[in-house]
Design a protein around this ligand. Structure first.
Ligand code: FES
Length: 134
């Protein structure tokens, strides 16, 4: 059960097509700027931190494009680690027993919300742009 029943508004439900382009946004993970992404898979919205379990780098081969050619798996563009979209588990490639870090989401009334946790927080409204972070 999310701590904040309201959640943070992410996007309209219609923006996330089945196995389509992901919605990407900035968060603070352990107080460091990171990117997260949300996509729709088998009707459900799932979201993860955009960070490979192999080497901590972003996965998408173009902004918001995380799926492999068949749009079945999340595929890391760097060395081909393959993840199950439904739960972020590594299913092939160099991610071993790792998994993507999940972000809790909820879809209601035609909108998608995400829920901060102790480790993953929204970027403060007045924070400097990403380029100026160390
Ligand atoms: S960084 Fe993702 S597979 Fe190596």
């Amino acid at each position: 059960m999310p701590e904040n029943p309201g959640g943070e508004l992410l996007c309209a439900s219609a923006e996330l097509e089945e196995r389509g382009r992901a919605f990407v946004w900035d968060v603070l993970m352990y107080r460091q700027r990171a990117r997260a992404f949300a996509l729709r898979f088998e009707g459900r919205v799932v979201a993860y931190i955009n960070r490979c379990a192999h080497v901590p780098t972003e996965l998408d081969w173009q902004p918001g494009e995380f799926f492999d050619q068949d749009r079945r798996w999340i595929l890391c563009s760097i060395h081909g680690a393959t993840y199950e979209p439904a739960d972020g588990r590594c299913v092939g490639g160099p991610c071993g027993r790792g998994r993507l870090v999940a972000v809790t989401t909820e879809e209601r009334d035609g909108r998608v919300y995400w829920y901060p946790s102790r480790d993953i927080q929204p970027v403060p409204f007045d924070a400097a742009p990403a380029e100026s972070f160390p």
